[in-house]
Design a protein around this ligand. Structure first.
Ligand SMILES: *Cc1c(COP(=O)(O)O)cnc(C)c1O
Length: 827
């Protein structure tokens, strides 16, 4: 089968590319023997499955080569532990990276099947909530692209992020069922199964040499079963594994109970065990929900450690070489319990001396912090931890005691500092601070943008940074250009290749070759034509889904991301209403036709965010049906935001809204996707916006609003904003309209909670930033009128976005944190 060895071009790793006929034959064969259908009876889904299986074969050849090479060269392995992987669809990812999209398209056309139709059949793998999970997916792709021997470890949730429907303007949540029709990309490894314990007690055994040895006797055991998905890097030169764990009860049924007639009770233990991998992010509103979340965290951390230690010992005689051969990256604190679990495995099971074990642990782990929001910093009640993971609680106490003793010996610490440094938070019921545990157990701790990493040093980890200086480093996030440019915007990719040649495809920093062309009129027109075609496509999607007609020549002003007060969709809506008021008052002014596009999900229990969704929809209803506007303002809320919808919207955006309260968005990655696709950003000096401004230049980005320091000063002064509102006639009128029911005539009080929050406790500084935002939006209008200036700025955004490739981010992790070498792709 494999003719890999008879070619010699490095381009396809010595592999002859499959011809159209060969691919067509492979798809037909898969349809017959993999799916069990023929061309007459095949549904769209059958064709998708057959195509995916045919493409997968190509991936698997390279996967096995990669694994063999890693083993042969004894490469250091990187393990990326993440409770979320927001992957999206995989067919175009795999075909694109293996450079076979056109071949497959032609092969299918010969069978009367449209590849773009098949694309829509594949469900999104939505095993994540937002930015953090999408980052993990981009990193998986970049690690493969750079030929790093990396494994992603996570949970194979039966149900990913909920499906959002909008009914009468309100968000409704429905279960998502991505596995319902099967998953062609995964390989179940039913033989790779590890027992995961919970509860029980710890036995202290006196050894003959006088030492005490601890053994954990769990009361309950759940099996972790591996499911592997191959992740191909760009040009298919390396393929890595994403290994997701599924929970299974050791015994399927209690036969005694079943035979007694208790058919439900007989399966109770199984239901409890399998709940662990049932849903992404179970609601933590109840104690049962909180416990399930902790069970998920330990389940996947323990399974992953057992697996990687087994792999290490298969190849190496000694466990002591672990830090030389293994790097484990903790994506946020969700897997932080792994620090205690590795200590348990080393000390209790492998008899490693505590101090040696601790050095090995710190040498192996590193930790990425993703948020400074106090409510998002994970802590677990000590009683819960003690009941569910008694041995780990002991280990955490000991880590803490040794760490605090060391601090005390250094002399300089008083009681207040000691309690700030402690893993145990004593204020209001004892809790375990997972951030502290992750920090102490890691040799490197990183933030995800320059601003965020700096803020970490003076906020959450202020004290730890003082006593362990040099541990905090910055690794500004990035995105994979394969998905967010080549696949999602083939028109722009083609134009770029024609204009500057293909070098940028392998090295994103070469996008700067475009800079001299951005002032060229002919290029500007081609660039604008690509954008225009993308906007026409999105206009059709909007018409199909919402029956709203939008003008592709209007300015597409887009805010798509999770709905959260700190992301300030509300600020955007207030400006929309302000302009609506002005347009009605002065209908004859030459208003710029504009489409405000929103999309995003609110957490099911987040009432204020759900009300913001309703407001966007209510404003849309009023604005879109107002004849005085003559179609010059439209407001659109596209339901069920996910990776696939993002891929459709972002290439069509003119303006990217990145307007979070300064100091609150750790990095953002949506901002980078938009810039890459030639949208101008309107944003605050927050997260990676700061670095985007440095890269694109002040003339090509619209920055407004309070800085982080100014936000802090404002807050110290008080968050009652009655004075601020009184000073702004426009804002006062807008709030009056919303508060008095102009957009909710049937229920005038509907938006009282929003208006009250803005008026009396505006923690997120919406009112303080309103005037600045409104004025900057007018500057956007002025620039939009100057077509050449806008197009040049848009193209300069694309040209200067190369640094935000996740290949750059991953190269930095490889060098500064993991100590592994990278091999860039070559065409
Ligand atoms: C990129 C992305 C995000 C993150 O967007 P931000 O604007 O950085 O919050 C969230 N969800 C999806 C589906 C994405 O593709």
């Amino acid at each position: 089968m494999d003719q890999a060895t008879n070619g010699s071009t490095p381009a396809s790793a010595g592999r002859a590319a499959r011809t159209v006929d060969e691919i067509r034959e492979a798809i037909v064969e898969k349809l017959k023997y993999g799916v069990g259908k023929n061309a007459i009876t095949a549904s769209a889904h059958d064709w998708f499955f057959a195509t995916a299986l045919a493409v997968r074969d190509e991936v698997v050849d390279r996967w096995i080569e990669s694994t063999t090479r890693t083993y042969r060269d004894d490469d250091k392995r990187v393990y990326y532990l993440s409770l979320e992987f927001l992957i999206g669809r995989l067919l175009f990812d795999a075909m694109g990276n293996l450079e076979m999209t056109d071949t497959v398209r032609e092969a299918l056309a010969g069978l009367g099947v449209d590849l773009d139709m098949l694309k829509t059949v594949e469900p999104d793998a939505a095993l994540g909530n937002g930015g953090l999970g999408r980052l993990a997916a981009c990193f998986m792709e970049s690690m493969a692209t750079l030929s790093i021997a990396a494994y992603g470890y996570g949970i194979r949730y039966d149900h990913g992020l909920f499906r959002q429907r909008i009914k009468d303007g309100w968000q409704l949540e429905y279960p998502e069922d991505w596995l319902a029709a099967g998953n062609p990309w995964e390989f179940p490894r039913l033989e790779v199964a590890y027992p995961i314990g919970f509860g029980g007690w710890v036995e202290a055994l006196n050894e003959r040499d006088g030492t005490v040895r601890h053994e954990w006797r769990p009361a309950e055991t759940v099996m972790a079963i591996a499911y592997d998905t191959p992740i191909a890097g760009w040009r298919g030169q390396h393929v890595n594994t994403l290994r997701l764990w599924s929970a299974k009860a050791p015994d399927p049924l209690r036969l005694d109970a079943f035979n007694r007639g208790d058919h439900v009770g007989a399966a109770a233990a199984r239901v409890k065990a399998e709940a662990i991998s049932k849903v992404l992010y179970p609601s933590d509103a109840t104690p049962a929900g909180q416990e399930l979340r902790l069970r998920q965290e330990f389940f996947f951390a323990s399974a992953s450690l057992q697996d990687l230690i087994r792999r290490h010992l298969n190849q190496h005689p000694k466990l002591e070489t672990l830090p030389d051969k293994v790097a484990i990256q903790l994506n946020d604190t969700h897997p932080a319990i792994a620090v205690a679990e590795l200590m348990r495995i080393l000390v209790d099971i492998h008899d490693v001396e505590w101090e040696t074990a601790w050095k090995m642990t710190v040498g192996t782990f590193s930790y990425t912090n993703h948020t400074l929001l106090p409510e998002a910093l994970e802590t677990w009640p000590v009683p819960l931890m003690e009941r569910l993971l008694p041995r780990h609680m002991q280990i955490i106490y000991l880590i803490n005691a040794l760490h605090l003793d060391e601090m005390k010996e250094k002399g300089e610490v008083d009681g207040a500092l000691l309690s700030a440094l402690s893993i145990i938070d004593e204020a209001g019921g004892r809790r375990v601070r997972m951030g502290h545990l992750a920090y102490l157990g890691s040799h490197r701790v990183n933030g995800v943008s320059a601003l965020h990493s700096d803020l970490m040093k003076v906020t959450v980890f202020n004290d730890l940074n003082r006593v362990y200086p040099g541990r905090i480093v910055n690794k500004t996030n990035g995105i994979t250009f394969r998905r967010w440019l080549y696949q999602s915007n083939p028109g722009l990719t083609r134009l770029l290749t024609e204009t500057i040649g293909p070098a940028f495809l392998d090295d994103a920093s070469r996008l700067t070759d475009l800079i001299p062309h951005t002032s060229d009129m002919a290029f500007q027109q081609q660039f604008a034509a690509v954008k225009r075609a993308n906007k026409e496509r999105l206009a059709r999607v909007i018409l199909d889904r919402l029956e709203i007609k939008v003008d592709p020549d209007a300015l597409f002003d887009v805010q798509i991301k999770r709905i959260h007060e700190y992301k300030r969709q509300l600020l955007n809506i207030l400006e929309t209403v302000a302009v609506y008021d002005a347009m009605r008052a002065q209908p004859t002014r030459d208003w710029i036709p504009r489409v405000k596009i929103f999309a995003g999900k609110a957490a099911a229990s987040y009432a204020q965010a759900k009300l913001i969704i309703k407001l966007a929809n209510d404003v849309a209803k009023v604005v879109n049906s107002d004849p005085t506007l003559r179609g010059k303002l439209k407001v659109v809320f596209l339901p069920n935001y996910n990776v696939s919808l993002a891929e459709q919207i972002i290439p069509a955006a003119d303006l990217s809204e990145q307007i979070s309260t300064a100091g609150m968005e750790a990095s953002g990655t949506g901002n980078m996707k938009f810039g890459l696709n030639g949208a101008l950003t309107i944003g605050t000096l927050d997260g990676a916006n700061v670095e985007m401004k440095e890269h694109v230049g002040d003339d090509n980005i619209f920055i407004f609003g309070l800085t982080t320091e100014e936000v802090a000063k404002h807050r110290a002064f008080g968050i009652d904003s009655r004075e601020t509102i009184a000073k702004s006639a426009i804002l006062a009128e807008v709030l009056d309209a919303i508060g008095s029911g102009v957009f909710s005539p049937g229920e005038p009080d509907r938006y009282k909670p929003l208006v009250d929050a803005l008026t009396y406790h505006d923690y997120f500084m919406v009112t303080a930033d309103f005037e600045s935002y409104y004025a900057t939006q007018r500057a956007v209008f002025r620039k939009w009128r100057d077509k050449a200036a806008w197009r040049q700025s848009a193209a300069l955004n694309t040209a200067n976005m190369g640094w935000f490739s996740s290949d750059r981010t991953i190269s930095e992790y490889a060098e500064d944190i993991w100590n592994v070498s990278v091999r860039p792709p070559h065409g």
